[in-house]
Design a protein around this ligand. Structure first.
Ligand SMILES: Cc1ncc(COP(=O)(O)O)c(C=O)c1O
Length: 393
């Protein structure tokens, strides 16, 4: 018999469905990084001895492999501490450089469903005198080219639209958006922290000028990412103090993390399509299992195109607090971005959910090691918690 209350469930290992917050480092990534902590501890900027040259060669190889996954030149990649820094460097760095060249602060555009790592630097630009438009997406989370065209102005300098959403998983039509920007000389930035390694991102297909990446969303180490900057796109540095990364991001390069980032990207791209397929089978199993037990459940975000490992649902008429408290013993998932400090999701509210609905929502994100058994257990646990809370048990 199917369990209808959580009393019938035995808490086992926590079911891990929070892989969009972060992922575990892959064992082969840990192995690839290992020599670079102790044996090969050189500074990649020390060009006068073997230790430094060996470190520089490791960084060059990592840079080349990462650049090839995106179809860009090696010198278009600037290592940063992650996607937050890459977004800040792209948005503040480019807008300020352009304002300096053009003699005035122009107009910048982003979307209400972006991560705070984009929204906050955009609001900083607004405080500095730039005019900001925050576009509301359609209720399915997608932005279309007409909506973007509708808010462009003669002085629009910069547009930032994420590749894949960190909460609802929808994949934005970047190519169509870039056509709109290109014809008007507007720079297009994309935060691809959630997309890189999960969908193929080739820069010439996307048409973006600036792309932010992070390693820890693809089974790589935390604390490393990159900004991909098309040649000729100007940015001002945010930091000063060294000539690394073409003087755009000074500081000693974290060689082990860079090696780990490239190893993770190699692994992610080696089985990308097979993994996407397996994950979409599991995600569908999760959605169908939940929906068959509780037909009132709502899926957030367009069904397609979306990340294969994301499912975001709203549970109508239950208290979000009680739902999360009930699930906590069994399941690691989240109600929104890990960086949203427990507030109801601004993403769900931007696509039309009420505050109460946003609170009673679950972001379920699968990973490389998620199994069909995990999904069956997750269906049982979530369905039983809902039954308990909505009185249908
Ligand atoms: C869409 C998006 N952008 C940026 C970030 C921040 O990335 P990082 O942790 O590498 O700074 C995240 C992480 O949650 C994210 O999901």
């Amino acid at each position: 018999m199917l369990p209808t209350t959580t009393d019938d469930l035995i808490p086992g290992d926590l079911i891990q469905l929070d892989h969009q917050a972060t992922t575990p480092c892959h064992p082969l990534v840990v192995q690839a990084m290992e020599p670079w902590w102790q044996q090969e501890w050189g500074n990649a900027s020390s060009r006068q001895h073997r230790l430094g040259l060996t470190a520089a060669a490791a960084v060059a190889s990592a840079r080349h492999r990462l650049a090839s996954h995106l179809g860009v030149e090696d010198d278009e990649l600037i290592f940063t501490s992650g996607a937050t820094e890459a977004n800040n460097l792209a948005l503040l760095g480019h807008a300020r450089a352009r304002a300096k060249a053009e003699g005035h602060c122009g107009h910048v555009i982003t979307v209400a469903t972006e991560h705070h790592a984009v929204l906050d630097p955009m609001h900083q630009l607004q405080r500095e005198g730039f005019e900001l438009t925050v576009l509301r997406p359609q209720d399915n989370g997608l932005i279309n080219a007409n909506a973007l065209s509708g808010v462009l102005r003669d002085d629009t300098q910069l547009v930032s639209v994420m590749a894949a959403n960190n909460e609802i998983g929808v994949i934005q039509p970047l190519q169509a958006l870039s056509d709109v920007c290109k014809s008007r000389g507007i720079t297009l930035h994309t935060d691809a922290a959630q997309a890189f390694g999960h969908v193929r991102l080739i820069r010439s297909d996307l048409g973006c000028d600036l792309i932010s990446l992070s390693a820890h969303k693809l089974n790589g180490p935390k604390g490393i990412g990159a900004l991909v900057k098309r040649r000729g796109v100007s940015i001002q540095p945010l930091l000063w103090g060294g000539s690394q990364e073409q003087e755009l991001r000074p500081g000693t390069l974290p060689v082990p993390l860079i090696v780990g980032f490239a190893a993770a990207a190699d692994l992610a791209h080696a089985d990308l399509e097979t993994r996407q397929h397996q994950l979409s089978v599991l995600t569908n199993q999760l959605w169908r299992g939940l929906k068959s037990r509780h037909p009132q459940l709502l899926m957030n975000g367009a069904h397609q195109p979306r990340l294969a490992h994301n499912l975001n649902i709203t549970v109508p008429d239950v208290s979000g607090n009680r739902l999360h408290r009930c699930l906590k013993r069994f399941l690691a998932c989240s109600s929104g971005s890990a960086c949203s400090r427990g507030k109801p999701s601004h993403v769900l509210q931007a696509i039309g959910r009420s505050r109460v609905e946003a609170e009673a929502s679950l972001r379920l994100s699968l990973g490389r090691t998620t199994t069909a058994t995990d999904i069956n257990r997750a269906v049982e646990v979530i369905a039983a918690c809902i039954s308990q809370l909505d009185g249908s048990q």
